[in-house]
Design a protein. Structure first.
Lengths: 259, 118
């Protein structure tokens, strides 16, 4: 086929690579990104309360309040699986790797760009209802971004790559506590609990691939020590407070669910 | 970690502005390249840093995260960070991730230099 006859061609990963005469070209990973949304919309799902998500905006670390942290959790899976196999399994069975007591209700298709998952998290005896948005997903990584009211503003990237000693699976969090109350919580035990959460997740993932006693490495870097006091008003959306109120007032609302 | 597939060349603009021409793929693998370019741009001495994305081939979520850490460094030095040359696709990604609230986006270099000087 002559070039003049081809205005477009696929690049093998679903994205369309446009020729110069067909307008601006899309990058090869265009279909891996979610399309732009201003506010999240999500339907109710079985097994989770499903509150504190609909109508919320996404929050990057820029919109958060507390110190900015980059936390990296890695484990070596050896030759048990290729990076693509690891990510395919992680995406397809994501909730199964979470520690007990926490619920993740995603879309039926698993993890795809633009999906919104509803979460019920166990936080010191309290059920915190919030969600996450699938910002990016390809064959070797996927990234979840948090909405207003979540404990932290930022994203979590899950990836796998080949290392000298085998396949390395990684979860990396770039975040600030969303408001002053969460910052206090993170400072007094929250970081430790989060480290434990992702260590347990990676352990479960490794065990799925037959690694019985995986070594989990954790690296925490404080990227920015400053707190953004202009974001203290984020407390209005605090999903912990709202979840407590929703639990307390549920008997008076006849069990109806609201966001 | 995979080797970066990117080059970042630094040019001097007017009024203490440094322009970083990014060519290739922006992922977390190119953090050292970006930070070296930032230092070449004058580090704390540059008043403004403008990122030229005209020759950007590809960026993933790791690349977005890396830009956030660059933003933190720039803010620490009271520098302004701007960008131009983003395709419609990546402009939408900047809006989706709300990076556009901290990194001013311009359509071309002339507008970026004028905006950065303003």
């Amino acid at each position: 086929m002559a070039d003049a006859d081809r205005s477009q061609e696929t690049n093998g990963v679903g994205a369309v690579e446009a020729k110069p005469d067909a307008g601006p070209a899309l990058p090869r990973n265009a279909s891996s990104w979610a399309t732009k949304v201003d506010r999240l919309q999500v339907e109710q799902r079985e097994g989770v309360r499903g509150t504190n998500v609909s109508g919320r905006r996404l929050t990057s670390p820029i919109q958060g309040f507390g110190r900015m942290w980059q936390k990296t959790y890695t484990t070596n899976l050896g030759e048990a699986a290729t990076p693509k196999e690891v990510i395919a399994t992680w995406k397809a069975h994501f909730p199964e790797f979470w520690p007990k007591g926490n619920r993740f209700a995603g879309a039926l298709a698993g993890i795809s760009p633009g999906d919104v998952a509803l979460l019920d998290l166990s936080m010191g005896g309290v059920k915190l209802s919030t969600g996450v948005f699938v910002l990016y997903a390809d064959e070797e990584s996927f990234t979840l971004m948090t909405p207003e009211g979540h404990m932290f503003a930022g994203w979590i990237s899950f990836s796998a790559e080949s290392g000298a000693a085998g396949t390395i699976a990684q979860a990396q969090v770039l975040m600030r506590a969303n408001d002053p109350l969460y910052e206090i919580g993170l400072t007094f035990g929250g970081h430790r609990k989060e480290d434990l959460f992702w260590s347990q997740t990676l352990t479960a993932l490794a065990q799925r691939f037959g690694v019985s006693s995986p070594l989990i490495e954790t690296k925490s870097v404080c990227v920015d020590r400053r707190r953004q006091w202009s974001k203290a008003g984020n407390t209005w959306h605090n999903a912990m407070i709202r979840s407590l109120l929703q639990t307390a007032t549920r008997p008076f609302r006849g069990g109806r669910r609201r966001s | 970690m995979n080797a970066p597939v990117v080059t970042m060349d630094v040019r001097r603009g007017p009024n203490g502005t440094a322009i970083v021409d990014i060519k290739g793929e922006v992922t977390s693998a190119c953090e050292s390249v970006l930070m070296t370019a930032y230092e070449s741009a004058g580090g704390a001495d540059a008043k403004r840093v403008v990122l030229n994305f005209t020759a950007l081939d590809y960026m993933n979520s790791g690349g977005i995260g890396m830009l956030v850490t660059l933003l933190v460094r720039a803010n620490r030095q009271h520098q302004r960070l701007a960008a131009f040359g983003l395709s419609d696709h990546y402009r939408q990604i900047f809006e989706l991730t709300r990076l556009d609230e901290a990194i001013a986006i311009y359509p071309d270099e002339q507008a970026a230099l004028a905006g950065a000087a303003g």
